[in-house]
Design a protein around this ligand. Sequence first.
Ligand code: GTP
Ligand code: MG
Length: 475
Amino acid sequence: ACGFRFRVFSDGKRCSTSKVVRKPEVLPESKRQGTCQRKTFVQEQADRLEQANNSILIKCPQKVNQHQLLKSLERHGNIAHYHFFEPFVDGQLEGLVQHMQLTEEDIRLRFLVCSLLQDLCTAILPSVQIQPFGSSVNLFGRVGCDLDMFLDLGNLNIERKRTRVQRDSSLEFQVKMFRCERVATQTILSVVGNLLQHISPSFDSIQKVLNARCPVLRFCHSPSNLNCDLTASNRIALCMSETLNAFAQVDARVRPLVFAIRCWARAQNLTSTVSGAWITNFSLTLLVLFFLQQCSPSVIPTISHLRKLADRIDHRVIDSVNCTIVSDLSKITPSNNKQSLEDLLHGFFDFYGSFPFQKKSINIRTGQVQRRSDDSPMEIINPFEENLNVSKNVNKRQLLHFVELSQNASLKLEKQHQLSSNQSWGLMTLLQHGPTQQARATDGAASIHPTPKVERFTDLFHSLWSTKQGNPEAK
Ligand code: GTP
Ligand code: MG
């Protein structure tokens, strides 16, 4: 195996590839990239070519243990360096998570912004807490995602009883005075908005979206460049974040799959950074989780099961809504499902490419499809507040797009299966636009959007209208 390359082909669909380099490749520190004595471009080219000339690439069948293969090769000569490449697709999906996920620094920065904001808010609400929720903490956040926070006024009531006189600041007084919690929330967010505007130069681009179903204060924390959404008393959403976080941890395939589907949806323009009549990342995540509950055997348990495993200390009822789930995740039995990520990805597209959205709704609490209870095109039941539909904002056109694109993706994966085993494929295949969209793009239209721009604006207009009219579940 010296001086030439050979490949061991396999019939197995999923192969591991190892690359064996026969010459020592470890460069002295001074020669590594980033140090002062850098290699010239020409040198680098020459070295890389020489390295390649002394390398062999082996595709080893799934049944053969890579390390045993390495041992048997060592009997024929010294191996200076070796690299194992993960199976193509699964490796790519895991790589996607590594590449896109929030780093430790990102997470620290997000909590720091909460803490800075809390310091400011305590000037008017001494016992308030600012808590992050959403993708910053649910393990599905990607670099650059927004920072969702809520003003936890829960302590206010307790505090009020304890130190009624001392803590009776004017804003707390208003909270007491307002019968309607919504008006109190709007007032508090408005006052916090003014505070940020006039007192802290770090927070800018402040927008008060107080008439939405869930009033929100939007702003940017300029030193960290984080776009922030601040709501009030949103504890149920925090429980939702904890639940998603638990699902992300119960099986290693959950995160790569959710990241891949979110990435696919973004590339296909199914999702957007602005809210509208299209599917949100949150809804997509629930779709993935529901699909994983439908696999046989299931990859993840239902929320009802997580509730059954809960201890007494886990018991939580917020505004009469039972949000209890187990906190000790070691109590959850690992799944017997051994499907690869590639299979699951294919399964997801197959499942939703033919899902009867008109008749059935999705419920991750029970893990079962249900008869529809409302007349919107798509129904994803809110796992904690079952009278609410998380995907109420999605219009028929956007749903059809989602279904059509899922069918296209499934077909693409089907084709890949039919290719010979030595022809690998990549995630990029899924991220490219399908023939219909390409045709649209070349058909005189300047954009490759799945929905022509005019239609997208119409959708946006309709969604703004329905929010104004009081869409019961629009965030
Ligand atoms: P990103 O797109 O990465 O920001 O994902 P995200 O999960 O943070 O979504 P988003 O910022 O839109 O919402 C933050 C959190 O609010 C979500 O994780 C949910 O817990 C909750 N949320 C979002 N949309 C809805 C909704 O339509 N209904 C309910 N009940 N909760 C929602
Ligand atoms: Mg978010």
